[in-house]
Design a protein around this ligand. Structure first.
Ligand code: HDE
Length: 691
């Protein structure tokens, strides 16, 4: 093999350097046409007389309008709304025992990545905080080519076979007669699909849980969902499932809050990610793998090829193998985030597929979909999609071909070019599919081992805390309550009764359906504590705290609180009745970030009401302040108040002896207050609060 063809280690900056060679900076430049001709006037079209008709001759008008007319491309048929960011991945220690994938060998190598987070159902312009699954797609630009881990934030899927995907998607998308509703599953066709396709029962439990309304893309888990294979140098294969674990812990919104945010700030999740990165807060996820030896394939009470099943972490532990750090926003949304093309079939040596029939279908879909979306077969040449290692083959021509292949030889085998480019052996880094032995008759059928739809749905239910269960019940009541067809409602109640009778009964009561029959109710008692969000690590870092304050604040008190928040990595933001600068008698100044009009209680994780009688008097006079605080209370958020601000809480009727309401009337023990306040923020929600 020639030197040039040997794979070279990548660097953290490899992708950035490549992208930079495509960037354009208009700063200080004269305007030109796309042909490079300098433009003399960009304000007026060419006319026959000042008030006369425009002339066809005006090539610049035509070019400008033509380009504008074609600025849109078809949105993704699913996962249309998303936000992407750059970063890098580092393995903690060599995974040589399990896989030969080069990016998983050397802890000193920082492999560049691009990650796109998304919702699934909504259009490109839909709200971020809708109840939905979130996509979590990662492109690793490795020295051996691009590896794409195209996952979701829920570890299982609605269906078992790819052939059902169009049906599933047609059911949850807006209904075709009136294109209603946008980005929602709370409508007849989706629940009709669920009721008549019981394999969806497990995933529906997840979709009705808090997992489907994450607080932030930075605070949700990611899952590869399917079973893949790791293959090592010796050719030994193991089954593997991939996990992303967020360093900030797993947090969710509450449903009422999620709905309000969709109106107040439809960009809530992308803004959160964009701002965190602009502020220099590294966004970190650890990569974990669960592995099953080939010989153990049939040892479990679920089929490891069934994508509606997870591998309980208590049975098959997650081994944490590395960390991804996201630290750079794209320069251009369209060029990078919109044009990025993921494909679960983009693998590197050492990673292979299983026979999961959902995965097998995806291996076709993802290249096919790019042809319509990106307009031709050369989408791999778009800067964001190019590997950082060289690529050579005999594929040529097609729409928007960028490379100029110099040689007349575009076929194999050849003698005129010494047979180049030619295939590489496994030793030379060639991808050799794992030689799994397969035999069978051609049948359109599903394995009997895929037919248990309810045991893991029940296990998920069993694993929830009481609060999480309450949220699931309420979500079912909301979603199925929006269904118009009585028959579909009843069918859903009947289906859910196979998972849990109490859940089905509570649903039936709420939607006026008949009580479910007590037949075939799952008797599974197993639970998996790892499935409960409440059991995950909790971090206060990156929480946003609204500081409600007016002129005349107490600067000593405020400084102590702000310092404590800042040093814990919490983001305090000053909210007042007007923008500009607040002042107090000592001449101290405070910049205001938001007014009570431009922000809202639902956009914060906690609030703090500053003391001092002057500031409190002004706050108390505003109805918006009362609403702001009551709403935070209703959403179980931490509320802190010091000095006279405690009186304000009493005046507005807020029960101050409730969990998560942290107060001190005296200014002398602020450090004690801070300690309690920070602990409460770390809790994120105070579920035991009495409303
Ligand atoms: Fe996708 N999916 N999917 N999917 N998917 C797409 O590809 C598809 C599935 C996932 O940010 C499409 O480029 C089929 C499971 C993510 O650009 C399309 C089936 C999982 C993204 C497609 C599935 C996913 C997509 C649309 C069933 C979790 C967004 C645009 C066989 C493991 C990627 C595109 C991005 C996108 C097909 C099921 C995750 C049409 C046929 C299961 C994160 O190709």
């Amino acid at each position: 093999m020639s030197k040039e063809q040997e794979s070279k280690p990548v660097e953290e900056t490899s992708k950035k350097k490549q992208l930079d060679s495509f960037t354009v900076d208009n700063n200080g430049q004269k305007m030109t046409t796309n042909q490079g001709l300098k433009v003399s006037d960009d304000e007026n079209s060419l006319k026959a007389g000042k008030r006369g008709p425009s002339l066809l001759e005006d090539f610049y008008l035509r070019e400008k309008i033509m380009h504008f007319d074609h600025e849109r491309i078809p949105e993704r048929v699913v996962h249309a709304r998303g936000y992407g960011v750059h970063g890098y991945f580092q393995v903690y220690e060599s995974m040589v025992e399990f896989t030969k994938a080069k990016f998983l060998q050397d802890p000193t190598v920082k492999t560049p990545v691009f990650v796109r987070f998304s919702t699934v159902a909504g259009s490109r312009g839909s709200g971020d905080t809708v109840r939905d699954v979130r996509g979590f797609a990662t492109k690793f630009y490795t020295e051996e080519g691009n590896y794409d881990l195209v996952g979701n934030n829920i570890p299982v899927f609605f269906i078992q076979d790819a052939i059902k995907f169009p049906d599933l998607v047609h059911s949850f998308k807006p209904e075709p007669n009136n294109e209603i509703p946008q980005a929602q599953t709370a409508h007849d066709t989706f629940w009709d699909f669920v009721a008549n396709n019981p394999e969806s029962a497990h995933m529906v439990m997840w979709a009705m849980s808090d997992r489907a309304i994450p607080r932030s893309y930075r605070m949700m888990e990611g899952f590869g969902v399917h079973t893949f294979r790791f293959v090592n140098k010796e050719g030994k294969s193991r089954f593997v499932k991939f996990h992303w674990k967020p360093k900030l812990g797993v947090r969710s919104l509450v449903w009422d809050e999620a709905q309000k945010i969709a109106g107040k700030d439809p960009d809530f999740h992308r803004r959160d990610l964009y701002e965190a990165i602009e502020m220099g807060q590294a966004v970190e996820f650890e990569l974990g793998v669960q592995m099953i030896e080939e010989e153990e394939e049939f040892r479990f009470d679920f089929d490891i090829l069934d994508p509606t099943k997870l591998w309980p972490e208590e049975v098959i532990p997650v081994k944490i193998i590395g960390k991804m750090t996201l630290n750079r926003n794209p320069d251009n949304y369209f060029a990078e985030t919109e044009q990025v093309a993921f494909h679960p079939g983009n693998v590197v040596p050492g990673i292979d597929f299983s026979n999961d029939p959902l995965l097998q279908g995806r291996l076709f879909s993802y290249t096919d979909t790019q042809l319509i979306r990106l307009g031709g077969p050369n989408f791999h040449e778009i800067p964001i999609n190019r590997p950082v290692c060289p690529f050579h083959n005999n594929q040529n021509d097609g729409y928007h071909r960028m490379t100029i292949n110099k040689s007349p030889i575009s076929y194999h085998k050849n003698s005129l070019q010494n047979n180049a480019p030619e295939g590489a052996t496994a030793e030379e880094g060639g991808y050799v599919h794992y030689q799994e032995k397969v035999e069978g008759r051609k049948v359109r059928a599903r394995s009997d081992s895929f037919s248990d739809y309810f045991s893991q749905a029940k296990m998920f239910w069993n694993s929830m805390t009481d609060v999480e269960k309450e949220h699931i019940i309420a979500a079912f009541q909301f979603e199925v309550g929006k269904v118009k067809s009585k028959s579909v409602q009843q069918q859903v109640v009947n289906l859910i009764s196979h998972v849990d009778l109490e859940l089905a009964q509570k649903l039936a009561i709420s939607i006026g359906a008949k009580m479910p029959e007590k037949v075939n109710v799952s008797t599974v008692t197993m639970s998996s504590p790892a499935l409960s969000q409440e059991s995950k690590i909790k971090s206060a870092k990156s929480s946003k705290v609204a500081i409600l304050v007016e002129d005349g604040f107490n600067s000593l008190e405020l400084k102590e609180v702000l310092d404590a928040l800042n040093s814990a990595g919490i983001i305090p933001q000053i909210v007042s009745s007007r923008l500009g600068v607040l002042r107090n008698e000592d001449g101290q100044e405070l910049d205001v970030s938001y007014t009570l009009l431009t922000s809202d209680s639902v956009l914060f994780d906690a609030i703090y009401i500053a003391g001092s009688s002057k500031s409190v008097k002004k706050l108390i006079a505003q109805k918006e302040v009362e609403d702001f605080i009551h709403e935070a209370f209703k959403h179980y958020k931490t509320i802190g108040a010091v000095g006279e601000a405690v009186g304000l809480l009493e005046t507005i009727g807020l029960p101050i002896n409730q969990p998560g309401v942290i107060t001190t009337k005296s200014n002398s023990n602020i450090s004690e207050f801070n300690e309690e306040f920070l602990k409460a923020i770390q809790e994120h929600r105070h579920w035991t609060r009495q409303m």
